[in-house]
Design a binder for this molecule. Sequence first.
Ligand code: ADP
Ligand code: MG
Length: 354
Amino acid sequence: MAAVTFRGVTRRFHGATRNAVDHFDLEIGDGEFLVLVGPSGCGKTTTLRMLAGLEPVDEGQILIGERDVTNVPSKDRDMAMVFQSYGLYPHMTVEQNIGFPLRTSGVPKRERAAKVREAVDLLDLRELLHRRPGELSGGQRQRVAMGRAIVREPEVFLMDEPLSNLDAKLRVQTRTQIASLQNRLGVTTVYVTHDQTEAMTMGDRIAVLNHGKLQQVGAPQELYDAPANEFVASFIGSPAMTIWSTRLDAGMLDLGDAKVPVPESVASLAGEREVRVGLRAEDFSIAKNGEPGLRMHVDLVEELGSDGYLYGRAPIAGQELQLTVRVDGRHHAQIGDTVTVRADTQRLHAFDPA
Ligand code: ADP
Ligand code: MG
């Protein structure tokens, strides 16, 4: 097991106009489960491949523990990678697939069998030992790929969107299994996904990447409660935060019929200039009869049983604001209704204009 350090790591592909990964700095603790998340094309796979030694590093350094591995070949890095496509050998059985990395590194047969058995027990694959990948479900294949990584007992696990070929239900189950497996094994893990829910539920910490640049790193709740910028605010959390541009009027926010005070942190960032402000869906509520607020036209209702979301628009400071409001399950608004919405502006976030 080991810590992993990225120092100013940069990769620029030939002919590209900007760096695929741009001066990436991150320290991952020994035994930590770190999720690297961001939209498609933001540089996640490239970052992981540089860590694995499958992609050259143009600038910067990568350390495993104290050891600088920037120019160390992949096979000497002691990492195991699980890909989206699993990369199983179709002509080999489950047992042979899992044992394969041990066979190529010359581990004697008896020892190999013992390690394979251990992984197979851990992943609940006993019944499937003699099947070939073609005779397995997607979820079973995924577990075989995990098994092949585990038997190597690497210092670091690398996983690149390992759940993206599974259906929604299985994805939810498997994400719990991977997180608990990692917890038991305690192996430092870097897990790549574009799915913010996966990131929020699995990671000890999350690193958010956009356009090759690290936006913020922190515990899931930290990113949710205190997003460093508008990108993180809209990427983390579902539904997305409602964000709009405004100017404060003597420290007060214009909310349709009401002018409301904002936290000191927001007032000092805003001053006289235009800022971007945001509120989570749960920080809006439906006004009781007669209370002032935003007049929202309901465009869409999403009922989830215990609660739900209203999506709509409201006039605010001369613009039309698209907003998302969380309501409890007993609230029955209809598409086309107009409802009055209150905002808990003490929970307001503010961001520098882009
Ligand atoms: P992600 O995994 O986050 O979807 P990638 O790391 O695969 O993103 O890609 C980051 C950027 O680098 C993208 O713009 C992609 O087109 C580019 N890229 C990735 N691999 C190569 C390559 N081998 N050659 C040229 N450009 C590449
Ligand atoms: Mg990728």
